[in-house]
Design a protein around this ligand. Structure first.
Ligand SMILES: Nc1ncnc2c1ncn2[C@@H]1O[C@H](COP(=O)(O)OP(=O)(O)O)[C@@H](O)[C@H]1O
Ligand SMILES: [Mg+2]
Length: 391
């Protein structure tokens, strides 16, 4: 039944699907990320009065997940994210929260308020941080950070750099801040990981300054309905895996490999891996810091099940790489892909691919992590063998 029909607000005609699109636009305005298909299924189900068990049974995309995962992970993080978005849009008060039960009413309040409030001018623009970094323009806002382009006024020709300001000022942020900088320090200098130039706290905010990578995020190259050719996909995966080979060798799992964290550098067309905010050192990957096991706003479609459960492995990064490969090869968004009853993706009929490469990709994205390539070393090797045999 259409819940809109029971609403006493002035948007009786709005269907659930229209409401989802509305909400998705609102989320995108604020986070530059769309709701995933799984999140949309949860919204559709909850608004329709279904339990998570019923959602799992009725929504094809939810079928590959356990009820606990849908409720405790996807649903939980979704309400958290929507609460944040609706508070920021001044639709909810600071004390109010989105939960399944009031979701429809929250959406209707948002619809009634109409468009999002005009963006105010960010006071940080033109500011000089640390007597050194002049903020020039706002680049991207994510759930976790705002990134700005800045001039380094201490150096000749004032080279550009990237200033990342973490949104939250909590103790937890301080932990992430510390971890990101320590991991980057440990990764040292690699040509395809941006160099960390400075870290500091100012006016209560945490800042990281990076070498600016001029280029385009990979997400702009992965266009729906425009599949890549196999040799292009192989080259892309090799490019990404070369960086992960280095990262894994340092005992680090990136944990957030997705097309927005991969930048194609303009100068040489190579891929650069950014955003080590979610990485974890291997020896702490199964510790008790419960909240670290997921980042609500990360691109969930690239996260394998074991990572979603809080136990990322090296091969969790490989899974993400495999999904990117399949996305490129099929021209489909990962969320559009179906899974079989073992939880493995069904994608080959949507792609033109040799059986050899298909089996490498399949092995990268296996639901069961012990059967995947254990780390970038083995995955890279498999791709290289492919190159040898196809020549
Ligand atoms: N070194 C960099 N050079 C160029 N753009 C960057 C750089 N670091 C981040 N960005 C841009 O800023 C966005 C957010 O940065 P990121 O480190 O991914 O933060 P978050 O943890 O909030 O996702 C990236 O998706 C990218 O578009
Ligand atoms: Mg990111």
């Amino acid at each position: 039944m259409c819940r809109a029909c029971t609403s006493n607000l002035s948007h009786e005609a709005m269907t659930v699907e229209e409401a989802i699109i509305f909400l998705d636009n609102l989320v995108y305005e604020q986070t530059e990320k769309h709701l995933s298909r799984l999140q949309q299924s949860i919204i559709r189900g909850v608004v329709g009065g279904l339990t998570y068990k019923e959602i799992q049974q009725n929504e094809p995309i939810a079928r590959g997940y356990t009820v606990g995962y849908l409720g405790r992970y996807v649903g939980y993080n979704l309400w958290k994210e929507l609460t944040k978005v609706l508070r920021q849009a001044e639709i909810l008060g600071q004390e109010e929260r989105v939960v399944g039960a009031n979701l429809w009413d929250c959406i209707m309040r948002a619809v009634q308020q109409g468009t999002q409030p005009a963006k105010s001018v960010d006071p940080i623009l033109q500011k000089l941080l640390r007597m050194r970094y002049r903020i020039r323009e706002h680049l991207v806002s994510t759930e976790y950070s705002d990134t700005y382009l800045a001039d380094d006024e201490n150096l000749p020709d004032r080279p550009l750099c990237l200033v990342k300001r973490l949104k939250s000022q909590s103790e937890r942020t301080s932990y992430l801040f510390d971890r990101e900088t320590r991991v980057l320090y440990r990764l040292g200098k690699h040509d395809r990981i941006p160099e960390l130039l400075a870290r500091f706290e100012e006016d209560g905010y945490f800042y990281l300054v990076y070498e600016f990578i001029e280029g385009q995020p990979l997400s702009q190259e992965l266009i729906e309905g425009k599949p890549w050719e196999e040799h292009q996909v192989i080259a892309l995966l090799q490019d990404i895996l070369e960086i992960l080979f280095f990262v894994h060798k340092q005992d680090v799992i990136h944990r957030d490999v997705h097309p927005q964290n991969l930048i194609r550098r303009t100068s040489d067309g190579k891929i650069v891996l950014i955003d080590f905010g979610a990485v974890k050192e291997i020896n702490t990957s199964q510790n008790s810091i419960g909240q670290t096991k997921s980042r609500g706003g990360t691109q969930q479609d690239y996260i394998p099940p074991e990572q979603a459960m809080g136990s990322p492995k090296f091969c969790s990064d490989i899974y993400a790489v495999g999904i990117i490969g399949i996305q490129a090869l099929t021209g489909m968004q990962p969320k559009q892909l179906r899974v079989d009853n073992l939880g493995n993706l069904i994608w080959q009929k949507n792609a033109t691919v040799t059986p050899q490469f298909a089996s490498v990709l399949d092995k990268m994205v296996l639901y069961a992590f012990p059967q995947r390539y254990p780390s970038a070393t083995e995955a890279l090797q498999a791709l290289q063998n492919l190159g040898v045999s196809s020549q």
